[in-house]
Design a protein around this ligand. Sequence first.
Ligand SMILES: Cc1cc2nc3c(=O)[nH]c(=O)nc-3n(C[C@H](O)[C@H](O)[C@H](O)COP(=O)(O)OP(=O)(O)OC[C@H]3O[C@@H](n4cnc5c(N)ncnc54)[C@H](O)[C@@H]3O)c2cc1C
Length: 464
Amino acid sequence: MAIPQNPLIIGAGPAGLTAGIELVKRGVAPRIYESSMEVGGLARTLTDGEWRADPGGHRFFTQHEEIMDLWKSLLPHDQWIALPRRSAMLVDRHLVPYPLVGRDLLTQLGFRSGVRGAGGLVWSRMRRGMRAVEKQQTFREWGVEEFGRYWYRLFFDGYVRKTWLADPDHLASDWANQRIKPIDWRRPGTRNGNHDVFRYPRLGPGQLWDAAAARLVEAGCPPSLGSRVIGLHRDSRGWTIELENGETATGDAVFSSMPLQTLVHVLKPAPPKHVHAIADTLRHRSLITVAVALPKAYDVPFNWVYTPGPEFRVGRVQNYGRWSAALAPAGFSGTHLGLEYFTLPHDDLWLADDDNLRAIVQQDLRMLGVGELDPEHLMIVRSQYAYPIYETGRERNVVRIRDYLRENHPAIHPIGRNGMHRYDNQDHAMLSALRSVARYFGEQVDPWQVNTDLGYHETGLLKN
Ligand SMILES: Cc1cc2nc3c(=O)[nH]c(=O)nc-3n(C[C@H](O)[C@H](O)[C@H](O)COP(=O)(O)OP(=O)(O)OC[C@H]3O[C@@H](n4cnc5c(N)ncnc54)[C@H](O)[C@@H]3O)c2cc1C
């Protein structure tokens, strides 16, 4: 008799939906449980009438052909926009293009500043050349070595403190090589051809994930929304998930994109105390995105602008009009912005109510020089589990939980950004889901090997 295959999926973000589509493709009907009332997770599109907002400014790029093929199969060609990456840092009232361009650094902030920066960089590079052995670095050590002390302090120290809410001396640097591009000494745009161009769904990132959910509905596997998983029990029949609304479902395997530490805490039989203790060390930063529509048009030629200075509470500002005109109602001629506030669960910003938040936004808009808040429209989204924090020791702790699960509960497959507690983009979250499904079907692949390369990877394939 054939073994029944009835897997369960926790979460309908990019990882959960990709796992669902791959299972269907292989002839299995999964059941998908999503706690919120929307699909797409961190990469959903917020909507209010004809207004749309992207919670994080999601660029679509990948170095993996299978992911590109899946994206293309979900959304027709005319629904994708190709955009050049144009971002800047607002430093000393200057918009300095980012990734940093050598020419601009030498001149844009004044001659003295340019000389100090270049001198610091040369000195750091000489010291690196003299070092005998490679060693694990903190973010500050990495930044000083990569950019020189002066440019590190100007551009990264304050920004990392504001966005990571941690002292750069206490942060590991393993994510930095992937995410922070070295100084570009050549003319921007000539490096690696068109690699700084990315794709974007016309109606924001969630358009893709709505299409993914529609495919699952067609296949008879609609994600169950408003279905928070609060328990996961193993018995003789397999794994049973318990939902907040009291319902239960049983299956032979579980693909989980819920935060890894939550997974450990809801498991029964309960893992040993030391595994719980390790899970407790895994923390997240949270994000509040406030989308505002200003009646006046400001011609800012960037998709987004970083605001590292202490004069701003906001950490980054998305210029939605530069992403897609379709994020605003037809005929809108003002400025549509997304202000991103990085915070920790339960700190004062996270707990601020909408009125307090509006006052903070107002103050930031004033500092940005765009005057009083007179929004035709305002949307707020709070994402509690936005960024897995990369503290020193994180990697070792995640490996210990992974090994515990593998040894004791091989039918549980952690997938995606929070599911594996790492700084995944959509493509890596999806790839971990594809590899986990392959493993479920007995293939010898390791989903934990996804996103372990240390090189800069914010580039990718761009094909029609
Ligand atoms: C500010 C920001 C900017 C970003 N920019 C980019 C970018 O430019 N390009 C890019 O590719 N990626 C970007 N990302 C990353 C991208 O958003 C993630 O990689 C992707 O969303 C991860 O997908 P996931 O399914 O693993 O997790 P999530 O998107 O977090 O989805 C997990 C889902 O599980 C659900 N869930 C959690 N717990 C439970 C539970 N107990 N029961 C049921 N459901 C549950 C959640 O509600 C959620 O819907 C960005 C992220 C942020 C925060």
